[in-house]
Design a protein around this ligand. Structure first.
Ligand code: FNR
Length: 366
């Protein structure tokens, strides 16, 4: 029996995921907040830039492996934290993290993963896993998760700073979709001794109620994150930076990295697109702090453009979740390999053998 080839383009991966998933789950993954202005802007921002090829240069050997936070990676691509991955595939985070391990890129495990951070790391002994932290209303719980991530061998803590309150999302109030109920999720909470002590009666309803109560703090400030520095020696990355002044503050305070991100258009609708926020941030903090950008990166040429505009690496969210929904671990590997091979092809065809030499001179703005 011959098997259909896997999709090659983002839109086709998305269409296949739409076929495989239940409507509520698919819309939760695909959707943005409000009327979807930022979700759309994230993608269209890339279409405003074009690559200006150079010719007659030796591009017989092109290297896309690099490093981030002094850790070697096989491509300047990370898998963004995405919660509740059982919505996409039964093995969820285990399959996606395994794919990242195989492809040699970091996997950022979400606080709201369906498998616990310990299960993910046990499943990927050679993996480069980072832990994404939602700051709990309960600080003892926050710090307990950080300690567990340290013990389980995670290599960085990514603190998401744009989600004090949830964006205005139609998936919750039109489709009444609750991902934590759909997957009986929240494994990181269920396994945590601080959380266990909070739940008086261990019933599913109580557990979910306490997860909702403790999930996110709505009044987190710079002082809170500075306290995190006192309890962990792991590198700390702030995810959800869009203003150059916040990027500067992060660099001044000595954090190791930022992820320039609007949460894939799921938080503040009408927020600036990720790519548009990148350049002012690069001007403010380049080489003082690692700069990762995510949102709307749909191909290897999009990765090229982000690098040329000064990002050290990119992360992708929906693209690998669609690969996961379509073919599990194999689908995620395939998506990452497609990004890699498109990036190599773009470098060759634009006459750039060294990815680190990319700059705005490689680009034209329409
Ligand atoms: C996310 N994102 C996210 N971010 C985070 O810090 N913690 C999380 O648990 C989640 N969960 C989540 C679920 C789903 C279904 C999506 C689509 C996104 C945001 C994610 O890390 C990243 O910022 C965006 O997905 C990047 O945009 P693209 O690549 O999806 O366009």
């Amino acid at each position: 029996m011959t098997r259909n080839p896997m999709p090659v383009f983002y839109k086709d991966w998305e269409a296949l995921a739409a076929e495989k998933l239940e409507r509520g789950a698919f819309e939760y993954i695909r959707g943005g907040s409000g009327s979807g202005e930022t979700l759309l802007a994230n993608e269209t921002a890339f279409r405003q830039w074009a690559i200006i090829p150079r010719v007659l240069r030796d591009v017989s050997s092109v290297e896309i492996s690099t490093s981030i936070l002094d850790q070697p990676i096989q491509a300047p691509i990370l898998l963004a934290p995405v919660g509740y991955q059982k919505l996409a595939y039964p093995q969820g985070e285990l399959a996606a993290a395994k794919a990242a391990e195989k492809a040699g890129v970091p996997y950022i495990a979400s606080t709201v993963s369906d498998y616990s951070l310990e299960e993910i790391s046990e499943h990927t002994p050679q993996g480069n896993n980072w832990f994404q932290l939602y700051w709990s209303t309960n600080e003892a719980l926050t710090f307990s998760m950080v300690k567990r991530a340290e013990q389980a061998g995670y290599k960085a803590i990514v603190v998401t700073v744009d989600t004090g309150v949830l964006g205005w999302r139609s998936s919750s109030f039109v489709h009444h979709f609750s991902p934590v109920r759909a997957t009986r999720g929240g494994a990181n909470f269920r396994k945590d001794p601080v959380f266990q002590a909070l739940v008086t009666e261990w019933t599913e309803d109580n557990i979910i109620k306490e997860i909702e109560n403790n999930k996110r703090r709505d009044h987190m400030t710079w002082d809170d994150i500075l306290r995190l520095r006192e309890i962990t020696s792991l590198p700390i990355i702030l995810k959800g930076i869009q203003h150059p002044k916040d990027a500067e503050k992060a660099a001044e305070l000595g954090f190791e990295g930022i992820i320039v991100s609007n949460h894939g258009g799921r938080q503040l609708d009408a927020a600036i697109s990720s790519l548009e926020s990148l350049s002012p941030i690069v001007d403010a903090v380049k080489d003082r702090i690692a700069i990762i950008v995510d949102g709307g990166i749909r191909s290897g040429t999009d990765v090229y453009k982000a690098l040329a505009l000064g990002a050290d690496a990119v992360s992708i969210g929906r693209p690998y979740i669609y690969g996961l929904a379509a073919y599990g671990e194999e689908g995620v590997v395939q998506v990452i390999e497609q990004y890699k091979s498109q990036l190599i092809s773009a470098l060759r065809l634009s006459g750039e053998a060294n990815m680190k030499h990319l700059s705005r001179e490689n680009l034209h703005r329409y």
